[in-house]
Design a protein around this ligand. Structure first.
Ligand code: TYD
Length: 143
């Protein structure tokens, strides 16, 4: 069962005109093929996002503007981990069966996500019930 969360440093190119941040797929910053890109914005105060887990999706989250907190829970008794995304050159890779909750969005935040699978609107693969997530973690551990 894959469960992996880690921060990556992205490499902006800066000069007297500001910064440009290239992301090259397959290099170490994004170690998977990207099939989907989306971003969240216009998030009202006090609202959270996420609150689900994916079976085997690989994603990288980048707060390209503003900041937010990402809570990652492995569902196996380990303490949940909190990551602050507050720089456009910081990425958070989340792989596999991890319950994630995003919150503490500052006004105007834009959260960019790159993912390695398409989204099936007709049959989304995420687990949205926390108890079902815990059961799935247990089930996977038994394999
Ligand atoms: P949702 O998964 O609830 O967002 P969050 O990451 O905060 O949990 O998605 C919100 C809506 O957007 C939902 O109707 C499904 C749709 N959606 C897509 O159409 N494509 C996507 O790639 C994603 C992630 C969501």
């Amino acid at each position: 069962m894959i469960q992996n969360v880690y921060e990556v440093q992205l490499n902006p190119v800066g000069d007297d005109r500001g910064y440009l941040l290239p992301i090259e797929i397959g290099r170490k910053e994004v170690p998977f093929d990207v099939k989907r890109v989306y971003y969240m914005y216009g998030i009202p105060d006090m609202k959270g996002r996420g609150q689900h887990a994916h079976l085997d999706l690989r994603q990288i989250l980048i707060c390209v503007h503003g900041s937010c907190r990402v809570m990652c829970d492995y569902g196996d008794g380990r303490a949940a981990e909190s990551y602050i995304l507050d720089r456009p050159d910081k990425g958070l890779v989340i792989e596999g069966l991890v319950w994630r909750e995003m919150g503490d969005f500052t006004p105007g935040t834009v959260l960019l996500v790159l993912a390695d699978e398409h989204y099936d609107v007709a049959a989304p693969k995420e687990i949205r019930d926390y108890q079902a997530f815990l059961r799935k973690v247990n089930e996977e551990k038994m394999k």
